[in-house]
Design a protein around this ligand. Structure first.
Ligand code: ZN
Ligand code: ZN
Length: 137
């Protein structure tokens, strides 16, 4: 078993997959329940609202959203993340649509440059959803 440092409190703990110690995990679960309950009553709140009303740290609320846990619960939340490429507000992931397109286009160009005779795009591209070169001519 490998010892890890909790990303929340820094304590050393042992767990195969978690990044946080049992105590922090417990606390995070409780926060998650709070956020969940709050959004049940007040669907479509902003992260600021949720953090304000539940007392759960904004950072943690954003973490839940990023993990997709709230949407998996069918809950709606307005999240103002910013794109890592241009800083535009986005609702999910790390990049806005434009930057994702740019990234994908960049990759496509890179691929056509280097592998001209092999036009088959790789399936596992960065977005996991985009279909590269899917257009028929
Ligand atoms: Zn911890
Ligand atoms: Zn962007």
């Amino acid at each position: 078993m490998q010892l890890k440092n909790c990303t929340e409190c820094g304590r050393v703990f042992v767990h195969p997959s978690r990044e946080i110690c049992p105590a922090c995990y417990e606390a995070e679960e409780q926060d998650f329940q709070k956020v969940k309950e709050f959004l049940r009553d007040k669907a479509h709140s902003s992260v600021d609202d949720v953090s304000d009303k539940t007392g759960v740290a904004k950072k943690r609320v954003i973490k839940f959203v990023r993990q997709g846990r709230l949407t998996a619960e069918g809950l709606d939340i307005e999240l103002f993340l910013s794109c890592e490429g241009c800083g535009e507000p986005i609702s999910e992931g790390r990049y806005c649509k434009e930057c994702r397109d740019k990234l994908v286009k960049g990759l496509t160009e890179e691929m056509t440059k280097t592998t001209r005779e092999e036009p088959q795009p790789k399936k596992e591209d960065i977005t996991g959803k985009m279909h590269l070169q899917h257009r028929r001519r």
